[in-house]
Design a binder for this molecule. Sequence first.
Ligand SMILES: [Zn+2]
Length: 250
Amino acid sequence: MDDPNLLQNYQTKDIVTPYGHPSSSITEGTINNISVAILARHGKHHEIPPTKVNFRANIWALKKIGCTHIIATTAVGSLKEEIAPGHLVFPDQFIDRTTHREKTFFNENKVCHIPMAEPFCTQLRSILFETAQQMGVPAHPRGTVLTVEGPRFSTKAESHMFRQWGAHIINMSSVPETNLAREAGLCYASIAMSTDYDCWRESTEAVTVNEVLRVMKENSEKVKRLIINALPKIQHLDCQCKRDIQSSMM
Ligand SMILES: [Zn+2]
């Protein structure tokens, strides 16, 4: 996604936050007169491993420059037969299996219990799914994403267990990004691109980095088109996400 040609009149900003530096500078510009900012979660050259991503600085920086909606992109392994490589999923739930991450903005001085029954913005998700359908892109309107700490991939035993838990897809980045966005009062949805069948499916080779990169390369153009096509519908979205945080403080 980190393609400056997506944006008109763009400039690059370096933001410093109380939590340190975000993963990358932020490229800000417009797409069809709508303000858009792009941040590379894993750094401009994909050099930051999932555990080391400064999620709090990333969300804080986006909020600081005035972002109201976040569309995250993420490569995921599929835990379900029907979610084939190349398919898109717009997750509506997550299961958190991360262990080494700062997961809240409120770990001193203030106590906040943000509701997480619906972690992803429902309206943003529906707009993205409808747009994918109009474009004829194979897409799934909901799914549970299971986020592991990584950086290793799962064992077969883990992969089978996650399937039994009801997870549909697996990645290393949706948590704590999703919950921090909710704490920041931002609408957040994720475009999850299935790149492989993890390692549970006996008839398929277990996931490798080369296979993930190959499928991502083949499908990145349709994700860009999806975002461009969805933007005008997102622009005037008004929903509950920004109000939930106000009623979550002790
Ligand atoms: Zn929302």
